[in-house]
Ligand binder design. Structure first.
Ligand code: NAD
Length: 385
């Protein structure tokens, strides 16, 4: 194969963005050969391509080697599994699925190791997060002690939530800010620092918007080594903050406002604490500031990497199997809040799926949907979130 024939399933806001990137030739050695959307009017954006209102017909058309699934979240599982079972390579939008039981089902559908299966975690291409990961995993910070990420700049208006019938309902989306916006941060967190052992959280359901799912979260996580993490997110605050602070036994990292500041102590803080005879002394330290010219290749880089993995066996930036971490954290925080109790990880996947089914079954929420307006999108190159 010299070039990968790609189909995009779900050509709404994000899927159309991916499809245009492919159609405009921005991804080397890949071409857009078919699109699918339940809504036939969406297909008219691509008048010169075969369009399918049923994803199953596209998957079985013989027109594609790979599909990018950009439908609402629940369908990631069913459509992704169908494509994998029919021998296609699959790139699924975030989140991998709505809950971990579905993640397991979707991951199990790939039985041929030659099939490339990736997830669209575009923020992994950001040099700031790559640098933080390298410093932490390289041991530059020593053993982790305390993590804190305030990521409250995911502001959304009520009009955003009204823009799609599936958005912000238990039955349509399966969650709110944790599954949709902050899923990027949850993926990055587990990719950079690993998974905690226990989670407790307070989630505000419709605290700011007329929705039934969470739009405000404050959580405390505990790691097996005693390290703690605080994760705060919302779509209701403006201007909002994006500040990540990591303290380890050899110093501290702070990432905020496009600057990464790394303060490293000359030895271990724990040794200094035990050995210094002085009461108020601090360990000596050096400071490095990292500033990168941009936030990496984002969506286009993940899609190019997917194509390169198919053609050349290149290692994936975001293998789908790693997408379960963000879903598990999102599910655990929501469940902790609903039960007013800590949740131990790994999560009881069946128990949470049952909880979500109950939320769907008992929902009294009436969704009003406004006319859909597509967001302005940048050219298919670098798009921030
Ligand atoms: N990686 C990112 O930065 C990013 C950004 C935005 C959205 N997303 C993800 O993309 C997905 C779609 O979000 P969106 O904002 O584009 O939503 P959207 O509502 O604008 O588009 C979804 C499209 O899927 C179509 N659709 C629904 N069910 C379908 C089915 N069974 N088969 C085919 N088409 C179907 C709808 O008609 C619609 O056109 C979500 O999972 C979201 O999390 C990712």
């Amino acid at each position: 194969m010299k070039s990968v024939r790609c189909g995009v399933i779900g050509v709404g806001n994000m899927g159309a963005y991916h499809a245009r990137g492919l159609a405009e030739g921005r991804i080397a050695r890949a071409m857009l050969t078919a699109v699918s959307d339940l809504d036939a009017t969406q297909l008219t954006q691509f008048p010169n391509l075969p369009g399918f209102t049923d994803s199953r017909a596209l998957i079985r058309s013989g027109l594609v080697d790979a599909v990018l699934v950009a439908t609402p979240h629940y369908d990631h599982t069913t459509i992704g599994a169908d494509a994998l079972q029919n021998g296609l390579h699959v790139l699924v939008e975030k989140p991998l699925s709505v809950h971990t039981a579905d993640c397991h089902r979707l991951l199990a559908a790939r039985t041929n190791p030659q099939q490339v299966f990736a997830a669209m975690f575009n923020q992994r291409t950001d040099p700031y997060f790559q640098k933080i990961r390298a410093l932490v995993r390289g041991g530059e910070l020593g053993e982790l002690r305390r993590l804190s990420w305030t990521i409250t700049d995911w502001f959304r208006t009520d009009a955003y939530y009204a823009s799609g019938g599936w958005r912000a309902t238990w039955a349509g989306e399966g969650g709110g800010v944790l599954l949709n916006q902050a899923t990027h941060n949850l993926d990055l967190w587990q990719w950079m620092f690993g998974m905690p052992a226990r989670v407790r959280a307070v989630c505000g359901l419709g605290r700011y918007h007329p929705i039934e799912v969470e739009d405000d979260v404050t959580a405390i996580w505990e790691y097996a080594n005693g390290a703690t993490g605080v994760f705060t997110t919302t779509t209701g605050e403006a201007p909002g903050t994006n500040r990540l602070e990591v303290a380890g036994d050899r110093g501290r990292l702070v990432y905020e406002n496009n600057l990464l500041r790394f303060t490293q102590t000359t030895g271990l803080v724990s040794d200094f604490r035990r050995q210094s005879p002085q009461h108020y002394a601090r360990p000596a330290q050096t400071e490095q500031v990292f500033e990168f010219p941009n936030h990496g290749g984002q969506h286009a880089a993940v899609l190019q990497n997917f194509v390169d993995a198919i053609l050349d066996g290149q290692a994936l930036i975001a293998p789908a199997a790693e997408g379960i971490g963000a879903v598990e954290l999102a599910n655990a925080m929501l469940w902790s809040s609903l039960r007013n109790a800590p949740i131990t990880l790994p999560l009881d996947a069946t128990g949470f799926a049952h909880q979500l089914r109950q939320l769907c079954a008992t929902s009294q929420f009436k969704k009003t949907t406004a006319h859909k307006q597509h967001d302005e999108v940048a050219p298919y190159l670098v798009k921030d979130q």
